[in-house]
Design a protein around this ligand. Sequence first.
Ligand code: UDX
Ligand code: UDX
Ligand code: ADP
Length: 480
Amino acid sequence: MVKICCIGAGYVGGPTMAVIALKCPSIEVAVVDISVARITAWNSDQLPIYEPGLDEVVKQCRGKNLFFSTNVEKHVSEADIIFVSVNTPTKTRGLGAGKAADLTYWESAARMIADVSKSDKIVVEKSTVPVKTAEAIEKILTHNSKGINYQILSNPEFLAEGTAIEDLFSPDRVLIGGRETPDGQRAIKALKDVYAHWVPEDRIICTNLWSAELSKLAANAFLAQRISSVNAMSALCEATGADVSQVSHAIGKDTRIGPKFLNSSVGFGGSCFQKDILNLVYICECNSLTEVANYWKQVIKVNDYQKSRFVNRVVSSMFNTVSGKKIAILGFAFKKDTGDTRETPAIDVCNGLLGDKAWLSIYDPQVTEDQIQRDLAMKKFDWDHPVHLQPMSPTSVKQVTVVWDAYEATKNAHGLCILTEWDEFKSLDFQRIFDNMQKPAFVFDGRNVVNADKLREIGFIVYSIGKPLDPWLKDMPAMA
Ligand code: UDX
Ligand code: UDX
Ligand code: ADP
């Protein structure tokens, strides 16, 4: 029986291994983590991450061929294939601070593998890492090998949160990179055999190590660039009276462009896009490719611009001040159907409004108060460290309250901002909300989820990203 061990029971490791266990009953899968709390949660009815469909998959395999454990060394030493899916934060100090990936967790995992292994291993990079990380890991392992043969593969994960299970069940492609030696090719074949249990062969792409590593950064950079492109258009639409949804629809009909990933928003978030682009920029700079680095930097600049443009719009619409005003924030997660807040645009928007002395009442169906308070108190780039290393009792931000209901959040508020596209926000009783708000009552829709015309009939002043401006807002130009 093939044994697989995955180091890191996070958003990538947990769901990916659960699906491998489900699709490959003949393979034993152990997911290990240094966080006792995370492993306890994986072994309970309350999984540590919210992901549609995940509970069912875990229930079907847990205790049969899927195990969650803190006994990292035992499972690593027994495994034939080891996936490494640990945190790769952006460095906050030293060389490459603010750009380069911090490989501390990766390196410590690699050294531990070298310490405890007694048989040959295939070590698979699952977390996104800078190009040539595999080479560094290979060096650590082979210099400590005690005669053991290690084959390093890069097998980047392309799942998106909120649709992780769907994405894993039928991936657009699976990418496996390895050495072009006979041993390297054998390792690629072994991993390919795992995926071949459910993924059609023509969707499994095999490349060299560097191509696989770079493809992951490139894919995320291209996706993020699409959003910054449409968001840049949204600013122009507002200035000229065009409607960004109509523009997206029209350009998406061109098969060379395609209709997906063209929704204008308050900005992209999530653990990957910004981090991977910063990484790409750093690699370009290290190779003296200044023009290429500048090109990709612009994707992040436009994303930051979109968030501050939104804050400016809120403040300028409300008579140039939100000081002492209650503002409801509906949605805090970086997208719908996840409780994940890593790099969510809501953090920057909330901090912008707090900077202008607003009082915030925040509601998100999946994010806890503790998480929100922690996010708003945290420094940039500090989020991607294992849970147990984060401050346990954050200083609570007094200007912020977190509530469990959209009606509570909006009661007596001057304005409401929609920052995540949760489906439930579409069917709120906006007449009831209007009746309980201060007047004039403002809606700032950062995800284009509400029917602006209907809300205007109720009496709201509505701002929708990239849409022709409400006459009220035209008279109060945002100070971009
Ligand atoms: C992304 C990639 O899609 C995935 O392939 C990779 O493995 C990890 O990074 P994820 O971050 O989970 O996945 O979510 P994604 O759906 O890509 O959304 C990222 C951000 O872009 C979210 O904040 C989302 O709201 C925003 N977005 C997405 C838009 O603003 N508009 C869109 O049209 C699509
Ligand atoms: C373009 C648009 O495609 C068309 O819809 C619009 O009406 C007019 O502008 P055209 O300029 O005729 O059409 O040719 P196109 O095939 O788009 O190529 C434009 C340039 O991009 C060419 O120099 C082409 O060689 C280059 N190109 C295109 C690439 O370098 N790589 C590609 O993958 C595609
Ligand atoms: P991702 O979104 O890439 O899955 P997460 O932050 O959700 O990232 O998960 C990474 C996990 O890796 C965390 O649960 C963290 O505790 C774990 N981890 C980090 N370093 C190690 C290590 N050396 N050994 C075991 N687990 C680790």
